[in-house]
Design a protein. Structure first.
Length: 307
């Protein structure tokens, strides 16, 4: 494959991987840890919301909203993102986070985008990091479109606005910045250690808390890995699964079997693993069950100018 084809395949792997981790983990959400890292290995559906096998939860649904808003590597439409997110909210999804609900209500009331997300210490959830992966496809300078206004901004500024549409706490912003930096490094073809080093450097730049958490992360026993809905836990769980297992399949199996916010931790791990390993790393028995397999392929093809 050419370099362009390899990059396209990695992007496809990233988004399919996110969906696979989401759907694999969905039945275990809110449950205590499994007995071992590989107790649950298949996409079977069920759980609190009685998911169908391969059905997308809010993680994949909202990731698709973000992906649809990317018009090219240098063009991002907040008009499209707002419309897509509000249409999804109006469809009465079964699983939606409290912070996301609050943010989308503010979005519907036409508050400024950066004022929609809640900022107090009760609202540090992972509802933005679980959807943000496609933003790594954007250049360092991005032209944004919103309500008739066109602005050229840094990718950092665009990321911050995207996060704050629902999640205003600085920890949520910082997690997105670290995650997108790691994904960019993975898509660029870096090795695992280099990708983790990029995440650490970005964390040192933006968040002492995340930097400290990453320091001892890789030596944690599986039995001690936190997988809560706290955004920093979700970021760390995804990086842990990516770094500590050799294959996408075992990475995702390991992280979702920790229970708790298993779908979001699986989604973050799946995006990292897919961006690194490429689309062929996703087992066919998982891939063929994914609700949005074809739409994701169409969106990726369109992004790379193929129809």
């Amino acid at each position: 494959m050419s370099e362009a084809q390899i990059r396209q395949d990695k992007v496809l792997g990233m988004l399919w991987g996110l969906h696979a981790g989401d759907s694999l983990g969905a039945p275990l959400e809110f449950l205590p840890p499994s007995e071992s890292w590989n107790s649950q290995t298949e996409i079977v559906g069920g759980g609190k919301f009685n998911w169908k096998a391969g059905e997308a939860t809010d993680d994949t649904d909202l990731m698709l909203c973000v992906m649809r808003a990317i018009q090219s590597s240098s063009q991002f439409s907040f008009d499209i993102l707002k419309r897509e997110m509000l249409a999804w909210y109006a469809s009465n999804p079964p699983d939606i986070g409290t912070t996301t609900i609050k943010g989308l209500k503010n979005l519907a009331a036409d508050l400024p985008l950066r004022d929609c997300g809640f900022v107090n210490n009760d609202f540090q959830g992972n509802g933005s990091i679980m959807r943000v992966a496609p933003m790594c496809l954007l250049d360092e300078q991005v032209t944004t479109h919103y309500q008739g206004e066109t602005i050229v901004s840094s990718l950092t500024d665009v990321l911050i606005t995207q996060t704050k549409m629902t999640h205003g706490h600085q920890h949520c912003v910082d997690c997105d910045l670290v995650f997108v930096a790691a994904l960019k490094a993975a898509l660029a073809g870096n090795g695992k250690n280099e990708i983790f080093a990029v995440a650490v450097e970005k964390a040192k730049e933006v968040s002492p808390l995340i930097a400290e958490r990453l320091q001892g992360l890789l030596s944690l026993p599986w039995e001690q890995l936190p997988t809560s809905g706290f955004c920093v836990d979700t970021l760390c769980a995804g990086l842990y699964a990516f770094m500590n297992y050799n294959f996408l399949e075992e990475s995702l199996v390991a992280v979702i079997n920790r229970g708790d916010d298993s779908d979001s931790c699986g989604a973050v791990a799946g995006a990292l693993c897919g961006a690194f390993h490429g689309s062929a790393a996703i087992p066919a028995r998982w891939l063929n069950k994914l609700e949005f397999k074809e739409e994701i392929q169409q969106l990726v093809n369109a992004f790379f100018g193929q129809h």
